[in-house]
Design a protein around this ligand. Sequence first.
Ligand SMILES: [Zn+2]
Ligand SMILES: [Zn+2]
Length: 460
Amino acid sequence: MFTAKQVIDARAARLDAAADAIWATPELAFEERRSAATQIEVLREEGFAIEEHLAGIETAFSARFGKGKPILGVLGEFDALSGLGQEADSLEKKPNGMSAGHGCGHNLLGMGSIAAAIAVKAYLEESGSEGTVIYFGCPGEEGGSGKAFMARDHVFDELDAAVSWHPAIINKVNTNSSLANYQILFKFDGTAAHAAANPEMGRSALDALELMNIGVQFLREHMPSSARIHYSIVDSGGISPNVVQPHAEALYLIRAATNDGVRQLYERVLKIAEGAALMTETKESHEFIKACSNTINNEVLQREMDRIMTQIAPPVPDQEDLAFARELTLRTLMGAPHADPEKPYAAIKLPYDYNVGEAAGSGSTDVGDVSWLCPLAQLSAATWCLGTPGHSWQVVTQGKRRMAHDAMRYAGVIMAETLISLLKQPDLLQKATAEFRKRVGKGYIAPIPEGVRPRSLTNL
Ligand SMILES: [Zn+2]
Ligand SMILES: [Zn+2]
């Protein structure tokens, strides 16, 4: 009998090696040339038809196999995070000299999804069923919302359903939503002057920026409690305190539960920026950098993924994994949520809808935009030991370990079997589609305005 696990297990060495190669060449959003090439090489070997430069983005690509309906998507990522270069398998923070590192586990994310696409292709071949599987290589998830640009430009329009996953500390179908967000670059222009000799001649852009930040601080008390506003000062105008700073910039990240909510909050932040410019007699301008949508759940597809997860045992740590994780926990993770040196891995699958805590719904992902276009389900798989914080050196140090590889392939098996279920049971896809239509109502309105192009954060 066909099983996705057999197909994926037979390719374990190749898949793990590709994930390790991506770990070793960490690249930031929209600069992932080597990582995309590593994935494309594996997909070409497996006989997929590759299409590159999707939506005009250099590192966005698809890999397609099969013909006709249904058209099923698997979403993958491969970008890294700035400042997280770290030795692998180290029990302490030990930078490896690289400027970036895979602190969100996307070296695993992409290859786990490729494993799923390969297994669905094998099923289509063996069964002779009609249907198409497409792996999407999606760049710039971190700070770039690559999928939201791809969604705006109709890359996902043909999909009948899609799946994805994320490396994590637990094994579970994701049932929480994620926050919609806008990322906006605010700029102030004033007049430079000698800060002591001619202060009356100067109009400080930095003052305007500080007043804007204070205004937003007061706004925080009067917004929905699930909303978030973060900022970073990307240009303070210069390092000389004896100059009235003529230019300043801040990057704002505004999050809310829904796309409408984030747009309303954005309009209030705009008023604050205008007010800050008025107070300081400077000029305000802003650029829309990117946005992403909240995630729409699909209970039909999620419950099917959960049913499959209950039948396939998650990876179990061996003595060496346990010893490493125990030591990492004792040295660096004590006090972190769920960290336990006696039981350092979640080697179980959590029940459907198990409450994993408040933090679960507080982030954002550009997978949200795809969830507005077709029924979508995602899982978390325990690639890391309990207590490991996201975006940390501990993620990077565990990124090439046996448990990381095993959980990556486990996620691939679950995603593949979920899609194969849809191929075998057209009525299940119909039910998922009916639920999807009901939930999205009038449909998807791309949050990123036409004309805005993806930009790497190092190139603002
Ligand atoms: Zn991340
Ligand atoms: Zn991530």
